[in-house]
Write a protein of this length. Structure first.
Length: 588
């Protein structure tokens, strides 16, 4: 960005500062950290370093051996980081975002204190410290504050709608003297509350700075009038916003498509068929994107794209069956189906406390020589192959496997997945992953997908075949480099654009996501997310939703289209001032 300024301005700009919040904070702290008790040569640790340091503290305090589940280093790091960025206490963060850990609140709070003191002792700061320490420096030392507030006559902030409370406070401190502050952002695209972003920063800006001027940029160079009309009418339903009406530069295009489809499998088939038709009409693959609210919503689509050998790129993470938690669950299934699966055994053994690669190898060496590994794992001889520190974990493994192979569950993948979750893996998710709820949704979707298979062998064979096929695109696409359909969550798609956009799983409870509605302001943020999805499309927009969901043991459950679709439909109870009556497929 600074290089672009140099190319446009015919003068020396060496005194111009530019960079991320962390970059600016680092420059200030590097010269002044001694006021806060740090040496000027302090080090900066990344998230992996932070995780290891916290794990060191857990071991030192004996919390790694604590009976009952306890959050691991990466989860504790997420709790501590969220508390810092939202200006909340550890107790408030756990109460709101991690209620399953309320029982060990005192230990977590003590660990957060230990982590803070340890960083100061080691003369290191993590990324959150760069911001919070810079704010502390400017707030507590008036001379330093006056020096920097006097240095910057003009302050410009981009993507202001994504700032958190600490970042907004830092901006206010730097712009304090001259109040020549310009913030650029779209309140309708504030969608990162789960990371600590505060929508109120941009909404309350005119209250904080009552003499400010607001300039609305409403000309849109990306989308057709039909797509923008839908976006405009939808976002009107948000109360906390700066009203805007996007106007298209493009000439008229086709109407958005509303596609109610029987179920998730047929939705995937519809999407693939339409993608092939678009490709045959000359649309490049990389100009087509399929968006969804949560990663697990793409399972059936990934499978169908794979079957049809349509190459795709996932922007929302890794492929569904390559995720660590999915591999964990399928590893349990693999050893029940084939007790001599060495790789599956070693993966499962590694999930239990104090079982490293060496110990897992010794345990497998014992099991592999037995006539029945599933029987041998329940013996005292198996426990003796471990160490004293691994015994409790291995006893837990024995109990879990006994339950998994009991009765008919070994013949039914759906029941087996449910049993895996009910016998310890749900707690394992909470210990190991900060986004445990999302990963649990993934496993629930896997469970539903498995309903069509009556044996473990058939289910595992299908997964193996799908994984293998993913490396073999159709012949008519293989000679085109980087020519792939894009699959992405809406969050990951922000700022991007495609000629054709399909938004799948547009059913209530999926978008908006039911879990997100429990948060204060959750519905309005979910509507902003829908707005972002719609406005990624340049020429054609498809909104698809399954009419039925086949829940585990519940048969077919009728689904309602997203409230964001219903509220712009003229035949709906939610009909308000301006119905969107330009659907290519009438929902009636």
């Amino acid at each position: 960005m600074l290089q672009r300024v140099r190319s446009q301005v015919d003068q020396n700009i060496d005194d111009l500062w530019g960079g991320t919040f962390h970059h600016i904070a680092h420059r200030i702290l590097r010269k002044n950290s001694h006021y806060l008790g740090y040496d000027r040569n302090f080090s900066i640790i990344d998230s992996e370093d932070a995780r290891q340091l916290i794990n060191t503290g857990l071991a030192a305090k004996g919390l790694k051996e604590r009976k009952g589940y306890f959050p691991q280093g990466n989860v504790l790091g997420e709790i501590i980081s969220l508390a810092a960025s939202t200006r909340q206490s550890i107790a408030q963060v756990i109460q709101r975002y991690f209620p399953s850990f309320l029982f060990c609140l005192d230990e977590i709070t003590a660990m957060a204190d230990w982590y803070r003191e340890k960083k100061r002792f080691l003369n290191v700061m993590d990324f959150d410290d760069l911001l919070s320490n810079c704010v502390c420096l400017l707030s507590d030392f008036p001379d330093i504050h006056n020096a920097y507030a006097g240095r910057f006559k003009h302050v410009l902030v981009d993507e202001y709608q994504d700032t958190n409370l600490v970042q907004a406070e830092l901006v206010d401190l730097l712009a304090h003297r001259y109040r020549n502050l310009m913030v650029v952002g779209d309140d309708s695209q504030s969608i990162y509350a789960f990371r600590g972003a505060n929508h109120e920063n941009i909404i309350n800006f005119p209250i904080k700075y009552p003499d400010c001027k607001i300039f609305k940029l409403e000309t849109n160079y990306r989308s057709t009038p039909q797509i923008l009309n839908l976006a405009n009418v939808s976002i009107l339903n948000n109360k906390r916003q700066f009203p805007k009406e996007l106007t298209a530069v493009k000439s008229s295009g086709i109407k958005p498509v509303l596609a109610p489809i029987k179920d998730a499998l047929q939705q995937a088939a519809f999407a693939c068929q339409r993608i092939l038709e678009l490709i045959n009409s000359g649309i490049p693959l990389q100009e087509i994107a399929v968006l969804y609210r949560a990663h697990y919503h793409s399972l059936e689509l990934q499978m169908e794209l794979t079957r049809r050998r349509i190459p795709f790129e996932i922007r929302s993470g890794i492929r569904f069956f390559e995720q660590a938690h999915i591999k964990d669950v399928t590893a349990y299934i693999r050893i029940v189906a084939n007790p001599f699966d060495e790789l599956a055994w070693k993966r499962i053994l590694g999930l239990y406390p104090k079982v490293g690669k060496v110990t897992a190898g010794k345990l497998w060496d014992f099991l592999s020589t037995q006539a029945s590994p599933l029987s041998a794992v329940t013996t005292e001889a198996f426990l003796k192959r471990g160490t004293k520190s691994t015994r409790d974990g291995l006893v837990n493994l024995q109990n879990v496997l006994c339950r998994l192979v009991d009765g008919d569950s070994r013949k039914n993948p759906e029941e087996l997945i449910a049993a895996i979750m009910d016998n310890g893996y749900r707690e394992c998710l909470k210990e190991r992953f900060a986004d445990a709820d999302s990963r649990q949704d993934d496993i629930e979707q896997l469970c539903r997908y498995s309903e069509g298979y009556t044996t473990l062998e058939a289910f595992l064979a299908e997964l193996a075949l799908m994984t293998n096929i993913t490396e073999e695109p159709r012949g008519d696409f293989s000679d085109i480099p980087s020519n792939k359909i894009v699959l992405s969550t809406i969050h990951q798609a922000k700022g991007l654009e495609w000629s054709i956009v399909m938004v799948i799983m547009c059913a209530d409870g999926m978008i908006p996501l039911a879990r997100a509605l429990r948060d204060r302001g959750g519905e309005e943020e979910e509507r902003r997310l829908f707005y972002v999805a719609v406005t990624r499309a340049k020429d054609e927009l498809y909104l698809c939703y399954p009419v039925y969901d086949y829940g585990r043991g519940m048969g077919s459950i009728p689904l309602s289209p997203s409230r964001f679709i219903r509220e712009v439909s003229s035949n709906s109870r939610e009909y308000k001032e301006r119905p969107y009556d330009l659907w290519l497929i009438d929902e009636s």
